[in-house]
Design a protein around this ligand. Structure first.
Ligand code: BV8
Length: 253
């Protein structure tokens, strides 16, 4: 687990937070870990240590085992509904309110904790687990009536058999274009990028740190462990979101 963050690096990042005209924050599953939501790749607790992402987070996996995948998402959805934003989510939203026009939050997470902490304009790269959509356009060329899919795991259109799926981006699926454009735009324009709680394993989200650095931003990582994009950072702060973001983002200094 993490040693304490280097106080010199911490002070340097805080100075850049205070001076920044634009801060872009990229968050991953580690942002929600202190809210009790499992990450994906942490060795002991990570979801991918227990489940195969190819089976559970891909269209092929859903088509092959729709009830198994639907039930897995239903279980995660319930856990996210019970979770509460942690001090890191709250510090980000407070900072954004106190410094209007400065903050952009881009998340890989499919929970709604940034929004419930008071930052509704969060850019979602990988969708929303609390939302659902039809698996395919209606084969009859009509619009499947959501009410016709009232029951089932997953719910299925009574007229044409279309399945309801979680409204998240699975592996091999394109990310929502508007979200990617907004995230790229924020990464290119920011003075400082904070990368919080991501292993940097999933693309194209992980590439945003490189985009920011190449455009001239300073990049700081908040993570208790190594990540695959540590080399993109000017500073790596070994610590957790809920313990480091409040002191980093406190505007009352
Ligand atoms: C796509 C939604 C075009 C569902 C998810 C380029 C290079 C290599 C591969 C690719 C590439 N481009 C595309 C790919 C393929 C693939 C990919 O990246 N594969 C990887 C695994 C090799 N990408 C895609 O398929 C993407 N689509 O690119 O479309 C395309 C199409 C076809 C072919 C090519 C290109 C779609 C990716 C989206 C997949 N959907 N989730 C769901 O959630 O169920 S991914 C999933 O991983 C989540 O969204 C999650 O957020 C995300 C990233 O993981 P992290 O957030 O980083 O979480 P992780 O557990 O890994 O790490 C947590 C970190 O937190 C750790 O570092 C830990 O130390 C730290 N931590 C722990 N506790 C704390 C903490 N930090 C702070 N505080 C704490 N308390």
């Amino acid at each position: 687990m993490a040693e304490a963050p280097d106080p010199v690096a911490l002070a340097a990042v805080r100075a850049h937070v205070d001076a920044a005209r634009r801060v872009c924050v990229l968050t991953g599953a580690g942002m929600s870990a202190e809210s009790g939501i499992a990450t994906f790749r942490d060795p002991a607790t990570g979801l991918w240590s227990k489940f195969d992402p190819a089976v559970l987070a891909s269209v092929e996996g859903f088509r092959a085992q729709p009830q198994h995948v639907w039930d897995w998402y239903a279980q995660r959805r319930e856990g996210m509904r019970r979770a509460r934003p942690n001090a890191g989510h709250l510090a980000l939203a407070a900072f954004g309110r106190q410094r209007p026009g400065v903050l952009t939050v881009v998340t890989q997470n499919v929970d709604d904790l940034h929004q419930r902490a008071g930052w509704p304009e969060t850019i979602r790269l990988h969708g929303d687990i609390l939302a659902a959509r039809w698996l395919t356009p209606c084969p009859r060329g009509k619009a499947c009536d959501p009410a016709a899919a009232a029951v089932g795991r997953p719910p299925r259109c009574a007229e044409c058999g279309n399945l309801v799926r979680p409204d998240v981006v699975w592996f091999g699926e394109m990310l929502p274009e508007r979200a990617v454009d907004a995230a790229e735009h924020a990464a290119r324009r920011c003075d400082l990028m904070l990368v919080v709680g991501t292993s940097g394993a999933v693309w194209p989200a992980a590439g945003l740190a490189h985009t920011a650095r190449r455009a001239g931003a300073r990049v700081a990582i908040v993570n208790p462990d190594d990540s695959e994009i540590d080399d993109e950072a000017h500073w790596v702060l070994r610590g957790t979101a809920a313990t480091l973001l409040p002191p980093l983002l406190d505007t009352r200094r």
